[in-house]
Design a protein around this ligand. Structure first.
Ligand SMILES: Nc1ncnc2c1ncn2[C@@H]1O[C@H](COP(=O)(O)OP(=O)(O)OP(=O)(O)O)[C@@H](O)[C@H]1O
Ligand SMILES: Nc1nc2c(ncn2[C@@H]2O[C@H](COP(=O)(O)O)[C@@H](O)[C@H]2O)c(=O)[nH]1
Length: 396
């Protein structure tokens, strides 16, 4: 027989703020999210699960980057597989977080670890441009093409700086070309859910951290990832919506020539990279993996074709981004769980700090998920009606 549920769970609520503690029911389980008080601001938010069917408590493995604490939070179930946590007294940009409890990512992680798992992802109002994943055999010219793009459009595109356990080459700068990492440290961070993907490539561990992609996206730039085919497959299977481009050499002999001419590898490493290139060229044919194939024969022609692909998929709608991202959220109420709408009282420049204006946060078009960001939240003002009421009735 398990521990009994504490009193505050007996009159359980799905959306109610108890200051810094909420209890939210999803299926058979109650997820208790506890924040610290304002004077404990350095403590992190914790999660405990009460299983109603067994009557037992458990402490789950928590993946992803957890939100920092605030003076209180509210919680509401979204999509039956995640809990929206709205933190109070913080800006719109930092107030919405999702605790995923039964999403495909969490289910997969539960299978791998054999434990209870939950995962944090930050909610983002609006969408962003789709990241671009570039793969191709070593020496084909991926880095050269990306460098040309960054030089021509420095404020439009940003490079996702990968982690690797290989040593730096001459002229490679830590934090710019790669985050050069100790294997044990990188493996630990992979287990903690900090990586979107990772793979053993040519004998070394490489990986894309969630932070690397989000740093670029949060800066308002379109993210470019240079990763191998295994990594591309992992990203394809993840919640990150991206465009996948494979770059081929005009001939295998030309690849060998370029790799040797670069002069960065030993003969043994060149042989290993050439053997792996054959496998990668085969794997690239996997149906549905790559959206575009590009041959890098003449560099200038390849670069022009590359830019055409980027323009084709450049459907980023800047108007979706919230102009209110720096406004403070004063309070939060569930409007309609079935319609996935939440009412936020937000302090705007036009309103008294104490009153705030009412906005509806719409969760019905979420995109992406943990680990990382959940995008597609929309924020609409609650318009006053002719009779002077605030129009909330229309939303209920
Ligand atoms: N179209 C091209 N014609 C001739 N040489 C090229 C062409 N594109 C790139 N190169 C040269 O080929 C070499 C390998 O290019 P690069 O380093 O960009 O390859 P890469 O695909 O990024 O390799 P890796 O995966 O190992 O990082 C470089 O010396 C580069 O200058
Ligand atoms: N799966 C991943 N592959 C990566 C990542 N960063 C780079 N790479 C790939 O590794 C090889 C070798 O790179 P090199 O710099 O040692 O020549 C190349 O194919 C890259 O695309 C990553 O984060 N994940």
């Amino acid at each position: 027989m398990g521990e009994e549920a504490p009193e505050f769970l007996l009159d359980s609520f799905d959306f109610d703020s108890q200051g810094n503690r909420t209890a939210t029911t999803v299926g058979d389980k109650i997820y208790v999210v506890v924040g610290g008080s304002a004077d404990e601001a350095k403590l992190s938010i914790t999660v405990k699960i009460f299983d109603k069917s067994t009557g037992k408590w458990s402490i789950p493995t928590v993946l992803g980057t957890a939100p920092t604490l605030s003076s209180g939070h509210s919680a509401v179930v979204s999509n039956s597989d995640r809990i929206l946590i709205v933190k109070k007294e913080l800006t719109v940009d930092d107030c919405t977080w999702f605790l995923e409890v039964d999403t495909p990512f969490v289910k997969e992680q539960k299978k791998i670890t054999g434990t209870e798992v939950v995962a944090w992802s930050k909610g983002v109002v609006g969408t962003g441009p789709k990241p671009i994943v570039i793969s191709g055999p070593s020496g084909v010219g991926k880095g050269t093409i990306i460098a040309k793009l960054m030089k021509e459009f420095p404020s439009t595109y940003g490079f996702s700086v990968s982690h690797t356990t290989r040593g730096p080459r001459e002229k490679e700068v830590d934090g710019v070309h790669y985050h050069f990492a100790e294997r044990s440290v990188m493996e630990k961070e992979i287990r903690e859910g900090k990586f979107l993907e990772s793979a053993l490539v040519h004998g070394n561990l490489y990986g894309t951290s969630v932070e690397a992609v989000e740093a670029v996206t949060d800066a308002g730039k379109r993210c470019i990832l240079d990763i191998d085919v295994q990594g591309a497959r992992s990203v394809r299977a993840s919640a990150l919506e991206a465009i996948f481009i494979f770059i081929c050499p005009p001939a295998f002999e030309e690849l060998e020539k370029r790799l040797r001419a670069r002069g960065t590898e030993t003969e043994e490493q060149i042989q290993k990279r050439l053997r792996n290139a054959k496998t990668e060229l085969e794997q690239a044919k996997f149906p549905g993996l790559f959206d575009h194939l590009l041959v890098n024969d003449d560099l200038e022609i390849c670069y022009e074709n590359f830019k055409k692909i980027l323009a084709l998929d450049d459907n980023f709608d800047a108007s979706c981004q919230s102009p209110m991202k720096n406004s403070k959220v004063l309070s939060c109420h569930a409007l309609s769980e079935t319609e996935q709408k939440v009412l936020l009282q937000i302090e705007t420049s036009e309103t008294e700090a104490t009153a705030g204006s009412l906005f509806v946060l719409d969760l019905s078009s979420l995109r992406g998920a943990a680990p990382g960001r959940t995008r597609g939240l929309t924020l609409h003002p609650v318009l006053s009606t002719e009779d002077g009421s605030d129009g909330i009735k229309h939303l209920l």
